[in-house]
Ligand binder design. Structure first.
Ligand code: 4NP
Length: 154
């Protein structure tokens, strides 16, 4: 199974989602491939935002080697599930998908986790506390999604 995490810049939220999901799936013994991308190319080629690197490091996850890239239409074919970090990203992905099969792969990350909200807030212009909150939100939702995958294969 191949999963793609998508946010706007691919430097704050989706790199955390990539690193956290990789860790949880591996610990669960699930051999998944996880990648991330952004809707804009502005930060392409950059490593994650230092605040995302720092909070992940505090929890033992190293995301410093990730490199930002822009989402491409090939991703609709190369991945099985595409997780949008918020509704604006979700709607843009739906608008550029070219078939019902492609649209069916796109989900809001938190909806897939049956979370009470659908939005992973963009912390880019926020504080360290905003990054901490985003980390915990993505971590808790990733835990639920990993359990969901495990329950499906049993
Ligand atoms: P991300 O955060 O989508 O979580 O990576 C952002 C990073 C950069 C920008 C916006 C959001 N930006 O406008 O440059």
């Amino acid at each position: 199974m191949k999963l793609l995490m998508v946010c706007l810049g691919n430097i704050c939220r989706s790199p955390l989602a990539e690193g956290i999901m990789q860790e949880k799936l591996k610990k669960a013994g699930l051999d998944f491939f996880v990648d991330s991308a952004g809707m804009i190319s502005y930060h392409a080629g950059e490593c994650p935002d230092h605040r995302s690197i720092e909070i992940a490091k505090q929890f033992g996850i190293d995301i410093s080697g990730q490199v930002a890239r822009k989402f491409t239409k090939n991703d609709f074919e190369n991945f099985d599930l595409i997780f949008a970090m918020d509704t604006s990203v979700y709607e843009e992905l739906i608008s550029i998908a070219s078939s019902e099969k492609q649209k069916a792969k796109i989900h809001r990350f938190l909806d897939f986790a049956d979370w009470e909200s659908s939005e992973v807030p963009d912390p880019y212009y926020g504080s360290k506390k905003d990054f901490e909150e985003v980390y915990h939100l993505i971590n808790d939702a990733s835990e639920k999604i990993t359990k969901k995958f495990l329950s499906k294969i049993k």
